[in-house]
Design a protein around this ligand. Structure first.
Ligand code: NDP
Ligand code: ZN
Length: 351
């Protein structure tokens, strides 16, 4: 079969590979909607997880089941399914401890385009099908549903990690598709003020539609000064980080009130250390918490998030700015993710 792969750090291309084989608890899926992720960009062009050779890229997909293993109970040939980017091993001790995204070792619930071939192929393999697939609800657009694979659960996980409460003032640093879902999630969780940090005009417009009350342009001045100015020097209750770099954490600590929480979902592709400013961290006694996490993945989360789309509480279609038809266009879609033109939020390719 044909697949679009990372050939090595900084190199991508089409390759031929044997189609994946189905294990007893697994499924083989044919993609019907796929999307490239900024994480693919970190992986390929920053070499963020190290060298990978001829590994098929992509971890965001909606597809059709073509084969299931003998012990799979709830899915069959022909089912249309949402596939989460993170597909944990649900029998692992890490999953039993509540950290299924780290099943088998740190970040090891993230399998597609990390430890095994991803979804930018004619077929892909899903481990633990009953635990990781979710039926695509009748009538749901596969492209909009594809945002449930990674963008919605990751953005929402930032909200969970920051533990947003009713009435909180929240800063969301980064309003690409992930940060936009953090804005939407913070609004659903009852934040009062949502300060969205970004610059691309499309993202700014959509951030307002998802519930941002204030926009902070980090290119037009220091974030810390702008937030402290808008909060009369008090700072905010929660900060969600969905963009920026290792230096963003120092800014986040500075704008946080004592007792506040940072929820980071940004994939730090570069830099060796994160610095915490001593004074603003209360000389170690500020009760300011930093939580960072890979999104949890799995079937239940997919089903619950899909129900938000079904009931009209969340419209994921606003994220899609570029739509392509035909798998051959995944290359162009990935290059858009790399170059981030001003009108881009998220590209999707349907088959
Ligand atoms: P985008 O690149 O589309 O968005 C990044 C955002 O951060 C943009 O709004 C950008 O602003 C802003 N930004 C960039 N630099 C700075 C800075 N120095 N200070 C403040 N804001 C800045 O990324 P995505 O939304 O696609 O993804 C966000 C991150 O989430 C990525 O690192 C991705 O790899 C990661 N990710 C993590 C997952 C997880 O499970 N934890 C899963 C999926 C993704 P501008 O408007 O100027 O572009
Ligand atoms: Zn991703």
């Amino acid at each position: 079969m044909k697949g679009f792969a990372m050939l090595g750090i900084g190199k991508v291309g089409w390759i031929e590979k044997e189609a994946p084989k189905c294990g007893s608890y697994d499924a083989i899926v044919r993609p019907i909607a796929i999307a490239p992720c900024t994480s693919d960009v970190h992986t390929v062009w920053e070499g963020a997880i190290g060298e990978r050779h001829d590994m098929i890229l992509g971890h965001e997909a909606v597809g059709e089941v073509v084969e299931v293993g003998e012990f799979v109970k709830d899915f069959k040939h022909g089912d249309k399914v949402i596939v989460p980017a993170i597909t944990p091993d649900w029998n692992s001790l890490e999953a039993q401890a509540g950290f299924q995204m780290h099943s088998g070792g740190m970040l090891s619930g993230w399998k597609f385009s990390n430890f095994k071939d991803g979804v930018f192929a004619e077929y892909f393999h899903v481990n633990d099908a009953d635990g990781n697939l979710a039926l695509l609800p009748d009538g749901m657009d596969p492209a909009a549903a594809c945002m449930l694979s990674d963008m919605v659960p990751t953005g929402f996980h930032g909200v969970e990690l920051a533990d947003v409460q009713f009435g909180d003032a929240v800063v969301v640093i980064g309003i690409g598709p992930v940060g936009l879902m953090s804005v939407a999630g913070a609004a659903l969780r009852g934040a009062s003020r949502i300060y969205a940090v970004g610059s691309r005009p499309n993202c700014v417009q959509i951030a307002k539609e998802y519930g941002a009350t204030d926009i902070i342009n980090y290119r037009q001045g220091n974030i810390v000064d702008q937030i402290m100015d808008k909060t009369s020097g008090k700072g905010v209750d929660r900060v969600i980080i969905a963009g920026g770099d290792v230096d963003t954490f120092a800014q986040a600590i500075k704008i946080l009130k004592p007792g506040g929480r940072i929820g980071n979902v940004n994939y730090l592709g570069e830099g060796d250390f994160i610095k915490i400013p001593r004074i603003e961290w209360g000389c170690g006694m500020s009760h300011k918490t930093i939580a960072g996490g890979l999104m949890p993945g799995g079937r239940l989360r997919m089903e619950k998030l899909a129900s938000l789309v079904e009931t009209g509480r969340l419209d994921t279609s606003k994220l899609i700015t570029h739509a392509y038809k035909g798998i051959e266009n995944v290359e162009q879609a990935l290059m858009l993710m790399k170059d981030k033109p001003g009108d881009l939020i998220k590209p999707v390719v349907t088959m």
